[in-house]
Design a protein. Structure first.
Length: 542
């Protein structure tokens, strides 16, 4: 995979980044050769994404500055280059896949327009040739029904489908370098494997150089030639992947390699009170066509799903992107219109008005998949966490409110002193912890967790799983845990639902599903997940 070259394609030397007076990156150096994959790994806030954004000068000016450093592309200095030159480089010679697709895609433009824009700017394509290339790219990244999806808006796609659109945009102009910032974070394991294979195929065909930013060390071992381990804005260890995984020199590197979700879910108690249940839940979205907008067919996002979640128990919901997992979670909370019975704490809620349902919402909370999209950028962290307490009239005194906010932030591993800062001042993983604190502060009976650990590095993933398990034991919480990370599901869930195309194809106790899956789709999911896990651990765990 590695291509030897007399001079590196990209060379970063002694790069430092300051936000105002605060250092974010200090004296970072690395090189990237044609046809090579270099991984930047480390915990959230370690400076991985800041280093990558600096390459294309995408950090917010004038708040971000570079007191030292050099960034050279084929020997040409990019640091301080003119805006005209940087526009020629961005998306053409160097392309980037961002971590959070919902905040990177324009919510008002179709995916055809957004992918086509970069093709028009750099390739001059238009008309039928432009549409054909857009369709080709969408099919390349595995978006189902690509032709029919051209007019779709970002909110009409699942998280994984939006990420595939981002990858298609990045690959549109056949760049020399692809900066992939957590490119598979929102993808299920089967699509994750497909995307990684796609990147490897493109790399082999075109000599593409990849700067791969991730917290998943299993992916690093599978994808990268060399790795730079970052901590607190500095590179603490670098080397060939095989050598570093076999004999890490730094304690921090050894800590990262050892971190993964561990432990067992609490024992299943069939006599525990039922917190949430549904019977034949259906959520269908009409497709209107023709002059008068007649309903011609429906997208059956959830089609006859029955669930039962008991006190102190966790229901894991797994399946590919677009299988209906998130839609099911939203429907159970009455955040989407549905058909079929829904019961919360024994009370039928599917027919209640919004006003009648509002007092019950304190007991049923959700952590969304995209923390940046679900946190109000105009509110401080303290105001975000306090909002639910104020809406439900639980705490009014200012000092008591700040004390409760501090406690909630400490529970998710954040410094209480940060409660006066704003979401954009935190890393992706830190923003997800804020979202979890916002939900937990109300001490709900039910928590729907929609990919709550997908944006977190491995060490924080393990901490969050331990935290959720501890809170569940302490408060007898019921969880609906939606995830494509089957390692986390296995560590937390008592019972698993496997969904495909809106239906449950298999359900049962977690141990039974993992040990002896019956449905071919479940077998394929587990095969993909365990293959990636085997890459990271050296053996397939069962």
């Amino acid at each position: 995979m590695t291509a030897a070259a007399a001079a590196p394609l990209l060379e970063v030397r002694d790069l430092s980044v300051y936000f105002g007076a605060l250092p974010a990156v200090a004296q970072v150096s690395f090189t990237l050769n044609r046809g090579e994959t270099l991984a930047l790994v480390g915990e959230s806030g370690s400076g991985k994404s800041v280093s990558a954004l600096s390459i294309l000068q995408l950090l917010p000016y004038p708040h971000a500055r570079h007191p030292s450093g050099s960034i050279r592309l084929r020997g040409e200095e990019l640091l301080g280059a003119s805006p005209t030159r940087l526009r020629q480089v961005r998306g053409n010679q160097i392309a980037m896949v961002f971590q959070e697709p919902m905040t990177s895609l324009n919510p008002l433009h179709s995916i055809e327009k957004q992918i086509g824009e970069t093709l028009m700017l750099h390739k001059g394509l238009s008309g039928a040739r432009l549409r054909a290339r857009v369709c080709e790219l969408l099919e390349l990244v595995g978006l189902p029904d690509a032709t029919r999806r051209l007019n779709a808006l970002p909110h009409e796609l699942s998280g994984g489908q939006r990420q595939r659109v981002m990858i298609a945009m990045a690959l549109a102009n056949d760049p020399d370098i692809l900066i992939a910032d957590e490119p598979t974070t929102a993808l299920d394991v089967t699509i994750q494997a497909q995307i990684l294979k796609l990147l490897q195929d493109l790399q082999a065909r075109f000599g593409l150089a990849i700067l791969f930013i991730t917290h998943d060390l299993g992916l690093v071992r599978k994808m990268a030639d060399r790795v730079c381990v970052m901590r607190a804005g500095a590179v603490v260890e670098t080397g060939a992947v095989a050598e570093l995984f076999a004999d890490p020199q730094q304690p921090y590197t050894r800590q990262l390699l050892a971190a993964e979700p561990r432990g067992e879910p609490p024992p299943a108690l069939e006599n525990a009170p039922e917190v949430l249940a549904s019977e034949q839940l259906k959520i269908w979205f009409p497709l209107r066509r023709g002059l008068f907008g007649r309903v011609m067919e429906h997208i059956k996002a959830v089609d006859g799903v029955s669930v039962s979640v008991r006190e102190g128990q966790t229901l894991g919901v797994v399946g590919e992107s677009g299988s209906g997992k998130t839609t099911l979670g939203l429907g159970l909370l009455r955040l989407l219109a549905s058909q079929g019975a829904i019961r919360f704490m024994g009370q039928r809620i599917d027919g209640l008005s919004n006003a009648t349902l509002r007092p019950l919402r304190r007991g049923m909370q959700i952590v969304f998949q995209d923390p940046y999209g679900s946190l109000n950028p105009r509110l401080s962290v303290g105001e975000i966490v306090a909002e639910g307490l104020q809406v439900h009239g639980l705490i009014r005194a200012r000092e008591a409110l700040r004390a409760r906010i501090s406690q909630a932030l400490e529970e998710v591993g954040l410094d209480p002193a940060t409660q006066d800062r704003y979401p954009h001042e935190f890393s992706g993983g830190q923003r997800q912890r804020i979202a979890i604190a916002r939900a937990l502060v109300l001490q709900p009976r039910l928590l729907v967790l929609d990919e709550p650990t997908s944006a977190l590095d491995v060490s924080v993933q393990a901490q969050i799983v331990d935290l959720l398990r501890d809170l569940q034991h302490r408060y007898r919480l019921a969880y609906v845990f939606i995830s494509h990370d089957l390692r986390v599901v296995r560590a937390l869930a008592n019972h698993v639902l496997v969904m495909k195309s809106g239906r449950v194809v298999e359900a049962g106790p977690t141990r039974q599903i993992f040990a002896a899956p019956q449905h071919p789709y479940t077998q394929a999911l587990l095969a993909a997940a365990l293959n990636l896990e085997a890459v990271g651990n050296g053996a397939v765990a069962t």
